[in-house]
Design a protein around this ligand. Structure first.
Ligand code: ZN
Length: 186
């Protein structure tokens, strides 16, 4: 009972976390699986990552980006300044995620990353994937993701393997600054 009420107090005002930037070795580590989803620190980390994401106009965030080498990603597609054409969805915490199957049909699309500020790159991703993860309540979920949401997932999943989107850009001609990228949409 005490632990529960303490948990409530703890999570009332989640703090925004610092997003580690490219060059920080933490972004290159392979993340470890989470044993106990109900652990108070894990639940707090999820809340803090949700706040961090909202504050940064991001559509996805992986725990290694905030310096925690754990298999946890948030996928939170919604239209905003950085991604005006993103579909709307409820922000979803995915714990120990796995890609079960891939459509094999790939598409190139522009990506950015809160850990790689001011740079966009064209990256090839599977258009459709089937993924398995544990949600923040401890339930195992299997779901099919398509297009932009599938792209976000694959980008975040890469972070768990110590990769960033720049590793997947095939040609330096496929890079743009944020400013030039925004002009494409005006
Ligand atoms: Zn990223």
């Amino acid at each position: 009972m005490f632990a529960r009420s303490l948990n409530k107090i703890f999570n009332q005002n989640p703090q925004k976390l610092t997003v580690y930037q490219l060059g920080n070795p933490a972004l290159r580590e392979v993340a470890k699986p989470i044993d106990d989803v109900h652990d108070r620190e894990i639940q707090q980390l999820i809340d803090q990552m949700l706040v961090t994401l909202k504050d940064s106009n991001g559509v996805g965030l992986a725990a290694p980006q905030v310096g925690r080498s754990l298999q946890l990603v948030i996928v939170a597609s919604h239209p905003n300044q950085r991604y005006p054409h993103a579909p709307q969805m409820e922000p979803t915490a995915m714990i120990n995620p796995k890609i079960i199957s891939r459509s094999g049909e790939t598409e190139k699309g522009w990506e950015g990353c809160l850990s790689v500020p001011m740079i966009r790159g064209l990256v090839s991703r599977d258009r459709q994937i089937e993924v398995e993860y544990t949600d923040r309540h401890g339930d195992l979920k299997v779901t099919r993701l398509t297009d932009f949401v599938a792209r976000i997932f694959q980008h975040e999943y890469d972070h768990l393997e110590g990769k960033v989107f720049l590793d997947r850009v095939e040609n330096t001609l496929d890079l743009a600054t944020e400013e030039e990228y925004q002009k494409l949409w005006q």
